[in-house]
Design a protein around this ligand. Structure first.
Ligand code: C2O
Ligand code: CU
Length: 603
C-alpha cells in the first residue's frame, strides 16, 4: 500500500527540529509536557452531527482541531501549512503490527488524504512520529468493525541467538542475511558472528573472559569499537569511541575480568555493541549488538526460575523496505554527525531479532531478563492479561527486594529482570505489550505472545531478600554535576555541560580508589536516558527524594525527564583512564551528548 511504502524511520532535518524544539521548550519543566496537548484535545469541541468528511490543519506544532468526529465510511484530509514534515499516525495497529493509518505530511502541502474509510466505529488516538507532543483523537461514528485486529499474527517462534560459554571467545563481524520478518527474503545486516542479535555470551559471574572481535565487515563500514555495556574493565577495553579501534581486516582482544575490586560483578543481562564515534546509531541499527549474560548458581538455590524457565529477551525496533532490507535512515547524513531532531525509530518491534514471535510456556513462573536494545524507543512493558510483573533486578544485578509492577518503563539500553506468572493461565495466550502512557510518547504495541500450554512446572520461590547492596561511605558533597542540554544558536546540538563530545577533552578527573557523588540534571526539553560507564553505580536520590524501590539496586542507565535530576554514587576501583558518560538514545549520543571522565592515580 502507498501509505506503508512512504513510511520512513523517524528522522527529520536539523532545521525543522531546531524550530520544533524551540516550540517544545515552552512546555518545559515537567508538568505540562504532554498534558498540554491532551487539554487542547479535551477543550476542542466535538462535532455533534457527525459529518462524513473532516479536515485537519497544521500551522505549527499542533493538529487543529485535535479532536474530531467523522461518520463511518467518511473521508479525512490534512493540510500542512508548517515548515516541517509531520505524520498522522494511529496508535492502534493492524494484524501486521502496522498503524491503522500512517501518512507522511510534507511541509506546505494541502489536502493530503488519510485512509480512514475502512475504520470501524470507535475512538482512535493519533500522533506525529516526529513530534511526539502532537496528538489528537479521531472518533468514527458508527458500528464497531469486528474485522479490525489490533495485534500482529505471531507467526514465528521466539529464537535464542547461539550461546557462547568459553573463556576465550572469538566473534567475527561480517555481513550476513538473517531471518527477521516471517515472510519473504532474509534481511542483510552487519552482524556479530552471522546472527542478529549476535551470539549471547553466557558466563558465570566473576569468570575472567576474553573476546577476540574480528572486523570482516564490508570496508565501507570503517573501523568499529566494542563496548561491554555495564562492564568493569581497563579503559582500552571500554570501546573507546575514537581510539583502540578495530580497523577493517583487523582484530582486537578485549579482556573482561567481570570483577570489581576482586568481587564478581553481580550476575545480570548486560550487552555488547558498537560504540564508534558519530556512527554508533548506524552500526547498531544495522546489527552490531548482542547480549552478554552472567549467571550465578545462587539464584537457582534461592528458588528463582532457571534453565529453560530463564529467558533472555532483546527488544529493538527496525523499519524495512518492501524487499525486507532495512531502511537506511543514515544515508543523508553526509559529513554531519547528526542533529538534535534525529530520532531513529523503527515501525516493527523485534524480539531476539524476530518480528512478533511467540513462545510456548508452561503454566508456571518464568524469569524474563529483558534488554531494550532500541536506538531511541522506550517501551512500557505489561502483560496483556493484566497480571503484574514482579521486578527482581536491573541490568546490573538483583534488587534488594522484589517489586510488583503493573507496567515497567524501559528506555534504550536499560534492562529489567522480571518474574512473569503464567500459573492459572493454561490454555490462554498472553501478550507482552508496550502500553500507551498518557505521560509519555510511548504508543501501544504487541511485542510477543506466550502460548500457555498444560503441564507440570518446577517450584519457584521469589524470596523477599534478593541481594545485598554494598554500603560504603559516600561524601556529602556533589563532586560533579552533569547537565544535559541543548546548545543555543542557529546550529543546535545536544550537549553535556554546554559542550559537545570531543574525545581529546577530559571533562572530569576522579582519583582512583575514591568514592564520588554525582548529580545528573536534565536541562533540556525532552527525556534522556543517561548511561555511566565502568563502575557499579547506585542511585541515592531522584528529584531530591529516595529513589523508587526499582532504583535501589545497581544501575547504569537512568531515565531523566525534562527538569529531573538524579544523584548517584560509585567507588572508582581497579582501573585508571578515560571512560564515557552519555545519553543512550543513540542519535543524541552521535550528535555529541557524550563526555569523558578520567580516573587518575594522583589528582
Ligand atoms: Cu551501551 Cu556507552 O554504551
Ligand atoms: Cu538523549
Amino acid at each position: 500500500m502507498q501509505v506503508r511504502k512512504r513510511r520512513v524511520a523517524g528522522r527529520v532535518t536539523a532545521t525543522a527540529l531546531a524550530l520544533a524544539l524551540a516550540g517544545a521548550a515552552v512546555a518545559l519543566n515537567g508538568q505540562a509536557r504532554s498534558g498540554s496537548s491532551l487539554e487542547a484535545a479535551a477543550s476542542s469541541v466535538a462535532q455533534a452531527d457527525s459529518p462524513d468528511s473532516g479536515s485537519i490543519t497544521i500551522d505549527n506544532l499542533a493538529f487543529t482541531p485535535s479532536h474530531l468526529t467523522i461518520a463511518k465510511g467518511g473521508t479525512l484530509t490534512v493540510t500542512n501549512n508548517s515548515d516541517f514534515v509531520h505524520s498522522i499516525t494511529s496508535d492502534a495497529i493492524d494484524g501486521n503490527g502496522d498503524p491503522l493509518f500512517d501518512v507522511l505530511l510534507p511541509a506546505h502541502t494541502a489536502n493530503i488524504p488519510v485512509p480512514i474509510a475502512t475504520l470501524g466505529g470507535g475512538t482512535y488516538t493519533f500522533f506525529c512520529k516526529f513530534h511526539g507532543q502532537m496528538k489528537g483523537t479521531l472518533v468514527i461514528d458508527g458500528p464497531p468493525d469486528g474485522s479490525i485486529t489490533t495485534t500482529p499474527k505471531f507467526e514465528q517462534p521466539l529464537v535464542q541467538p547461539p550461546k557462547l560459554h568459553g573463556k576465550h571467545l572469538k566473534i567475527v563481524m561480517r555481513k550476513a542475511k538473517v531471518r527477521v520478518l516471517p515472510h519473504g527474503p532474509r534481511t542483510p545486516m552487519l552482524t556479530f558472528g552471522g546472527t542478529f542479535p549476535g551470539p549471547t555470551i553466557v558466563r558465570r559471574a566473576g569468570a575472567y573472559t576474553k573476546v577476540t572481535f574480528v572486523n570482516s565487515l564490508p570496508r565501507k563500514v570503517g573501523a568499529v569499537t566494542i563496548h561491554q555495556h555495564a562492564g568493569h574493565h581497563k579503559s582500552k577495553f571500554d570501546g573507546q569511541p575514537s581510539s583502540h579501534l578495530i580497523r577493517h581486516g583487523k582484530k582486537l582482544t578485549y579482556d573482561y575480568p567481570l570483577r570489581d575490586a576482586g568481587t564478581p560483578l553481580p550476575a545480570a543481562l548486560r550487552f555488547y555493541h558498537d560504540h564508534r564515534m558519530d556512527r554508533t546509531a548506524r552500526n547498531n541499527w544495522f546489527g552490531l549488538q548482542g547480549m552478554f549474560l552472567t549467571t550465578d548458581p545462587h539464584d537457582a538455590k534461592m528458588g528463582l526460575p532457571h534453565g529453560k524457565y530463564d529467558v533472555p529477551l532483546a527488544i529493538t525496533d527496525r523499519s524495512f523496505r518492501s524487499d525486507n532490507r532495512l531502511t537506511d535512515p543514515f544515508k543523508h547524513m553526509g559529513s554531519m554527525n547528526g542533529a538534535p531532531g534525529m530520532e531513529t525509530v523503527g515501525d516493527h518491534v523485534l524480539v531476539n531479532g524476530r518480528y512478533a514471535p511467540y513462545r510456548k510456556v508452561k503454566p508456571g513462573r518464568y524469569r524474563l531478563q529483558i534488554l531494550n536494545s532500541s536506538l531511541f524507543s522506550t517501551y512500557d512493558l505489561a502483560l496483556s492479561n493484566g497480571i503484574p510483573l514482579t521486578q527482581i533486578g536491573t541490568g546490573s544485578g538483583l534488587l534488594p527486594h522484589p517489586v510488583v509492577r503493573p507496567d515497567i518503563t524501559i528506555g534504550p539500553a536499560q534492562r529489567v529482570d522480571v518474574i512473569a506468572d503464567f500459573r492459572q493461565q493454561a490454555g490462554t495466550k498472553v501478550m507482552l505489550t508496550s502500553i500507551t502512557r498518557t505521560d509519555s510518547d510511548v504508543t501501544a504495541k504487541a511485542l510477543m505472545q506466550f502460548r500457555v500450554k498444560d503441564g507440570p512446572t518446577p517450584k519457584v520461590k521469589v524470596p523477599f531478600n534478593l541481594a545485598r547492596i554494598q554500603s560504603y561511605h559516600v561524601p556529602k558533597k556533589v563532586a560533579m554535576t552533569w547537565s544535559f542540554g541543548l546548545s543555543s544558536g542557529s546550529h543546535q546540538h545536544w550537549t553535556i555541560n554546554g559542550k559537545r563530545f570531543d574525545p581529546r577533552r577530559v571533562d572530569h578527573r576522579v582519583k582512583l580508589g575514591s568514592t564520588e557523588r554525582w548529580k545528573l540534571v536534565n536541562d533540556s526539553p525532552v527525556t534522556h536516558y543517561i548511561h555511566l560507564h565502568e563502575e557499579l553505580w547506585r542511585t541515592l536520590q531522584r528529584d531530591g527524594h529516595p529513589p523508587p524501590p526499582w532504583e535501589q539496586g545497581y544501575e547504569d542507565t537512568w531515565r531523566l525527564d525534562p527538569g529531573e535530576s538524579v544523584v548517584v554514587a560509585a567507588r572508582f576501583t581497579d582501573y585508571t583512564g578515560k571512560f564515557m558518560i552519555h545519553c543512550h538514545m543513540l542519535d543524541h549520543e552521535d550528535d555529541g551528548m557524550m563526555a569523558t571522565f578520567k580516573v587518575v592515580k594522583h589528582r
